[in-house]
Design a protein around this ligand. Structure first.
Ligand code: PLP
Length: 447
């Protein structure tokens, strides 16, 4: 596709290397330029409107164009645009946000550490875990287990935690000390004769077998999303968490719940931890914490984690870790206002009320012979596509469906051949119907 010289498209091709993109294909096709957003919609630079069925990247809980967030940012910019939280310094927004997060935490948490992305929150969790093992005089306890198809970020360590081939291939990852256990995806991972309940128990057994093979005294922590997002929206089978958590308890392994997608209402409770009755020691949050209007993320830790870390910092003189923008005052002010909106508008109750329709329309997509499975909970879901002609080209069908969705004014995200839907939490019933009408038509067009 050729673009006008000096157009945004041409300059984008000239100057940007994009995340998660085939750079040579981008040079040929160019970008989609999104110019503005309102509610669940965004508009491109030709004036075409799309339902943003991914809330950006699983992010914009309160929708685009929320003036209260703009005003909160402007107020804080005027007052104190930046200050840091290093070496005993603090400021109002970071204190208030930390206090708020502890007060709404789904399990008792004692401290909050601020970071700027989901990756940084998980990376910090990992460093804290290693630091804690040293503090406890257990230097051999450094291995960490995550799951195949889990997604925890893209730093060297968190891309290693991520259990997806594209995050490892050609990067020489994963690094040592990071192990992966079975993905809780029943359809692809079940063995002959296993029903869902047996499969859930076997996942826990696989985890225990791995722990025993490595030596339980060497395993420090387990990282998992309550519902896997980027791995294809994988809702664990009934009984999975009930079987997995006792294994962690048995061997004194810390549980890090990565709530970067699930947090702030997505699953129909404020946290996925509540939906699945989890007992994590650490929780990582990002995205919907500020509806991604500004980058901010957080790591919450309980006293079991905080205590030894605090002692060690005292012993050696410093917890030598921090990002310049940790707890950035403008981002923190926006996050606080965003959480206020989620609470005032009872968006969690709203998700509970409208998710049955969302899940029904998602399930109905399986009427197409192209859809081999739908998966979802709350306001998150995916439809997996398959067709004999594309069996040797994973992702090709998903890309085709994406193009058909785009043509109809719908933005989804294909994770391989799984089409994900994760709209802003403010979506209405009528808009859910519009979204799935377009998805149905798009899939029909590919068939
Ligand atoms: N954890 C989960 C569950 C995610 O979905 C993501 C991003 O999609 C991350 C961590 C990484 O977050 P970021 O892209 O902000 O680094």
């Amino acid at each position: 596709m050729s673009h006008l010289p000096n157009s945004l498209e041409a300059r984008d091709i000239a100057y940007q290397l994009h995340a998660y993109t085939d750079a040579r294909r981008h040079e040929e096709n160019g970008p989609l330029v999104i110019e503005k957003g309102e509610g669940i919609y965004v508009e491109d630079n030709t004036g075409k409107r799309y339902i943003e069925a991914m809330a950006g990247l699983w992010s914009v809980a309160v929708g685009f164009g929320e003036k209260r967030l703009v005003e909160a940012a402007a107020r804080q910019m005027e007052k104190l645009p930046f200050y840091h939280t290093f070496s005993h310094k603090t400021h109002g927004p970071s204190v208030e946000l930390a206090e708020k997060l502890v007060s709404i935490a789904p399990v008792p948490m004692s401290k909050v550490y601020f970071t700027n992305s989901g990756s940084e929150a998980n990376d910090t969790a990992l460093k804290l875990i290693w630091y804690r093992s040293n503090a406890l005089g257990q230097p051999e306890r450094k291995k960490v287990i995550s799951r195949v198809r889990g997604y925890h970020g893209v730093t060297v360590a968190t891309a290693s935690l991520t259990g997806l081939p594209n995050n490892h291939r050609s990067f020489d990852l994963p690094i040592a000390r990071i192990l992966h256990t079975t993905s809780p995806h029943y359809r692809t991972m079940k063995k002959d004769g296993e029903d869902e309940a047996t499969f859930a128990k076997r996942c826990a057994q696989d985890l225990e077998d791995l722990i025993l093979a490595e030596g339980p005294e060497t395993i420090a922590a387990f990282f998992a999303e309550p519902v896997m997002g980027a791995g294809g929206v994988i809702v664990p089978p009934e009984g999975y968490w009930k079987a997995v958590q006792p294994v962690l308890k048995k061997y004194g392994i810390l549980f890090v719940a990565d709530e970067v997608i699930c947090g702030f209402g997505r699953t129909g409770e404020m946290f996925g931890t509540t939906t699945f009755n989890l007992q994590p020691d650490m929780i990582t949050l990002s995205k919907a914490i500020s509806s991604s209007y500004l980058p901010i993320s957080a790591l919450m830790v309980n006293e079991t984690v905080y205590g030894p870390v605090a002692d060690e910092s005292h012993k050696i003189g410093v917890w030598g870790h921090g990002y310049t923008a940790s707890g950035h005052p403008v981002a923190a002010a926006v996050a606080l206002e965003n959480i206020k909106i989620i609470e005032e508008r009872n968006l969690v109750g709203h998700v509970k009320a409208i998710s049955p329709l969302f899940q029904k329309r998602l399930k109905d997509l399986a009427a197409s012979p192209l859809v081999i499975e739908t998966r979802g909970i709350g306001l998150i879901g995916a439809a997996e596509l398959a067709h004999g002609a594309y069996l040797d080209k994973p992702g090709a069908l998903g890309a085709l469906a994406n193009a058909e969705f785009h043509a109809r004014g719908l933005i989804s995200r294909n994770m391989g051949d799984s089409m994900a839907f994760c709209p802003p939490l403010i979506i209405t019933e009528a808009q859910i119907n519009d979204l799935f009408d377009m998805a149905e038509a798009g899939i029909e067009a590919v068939s």
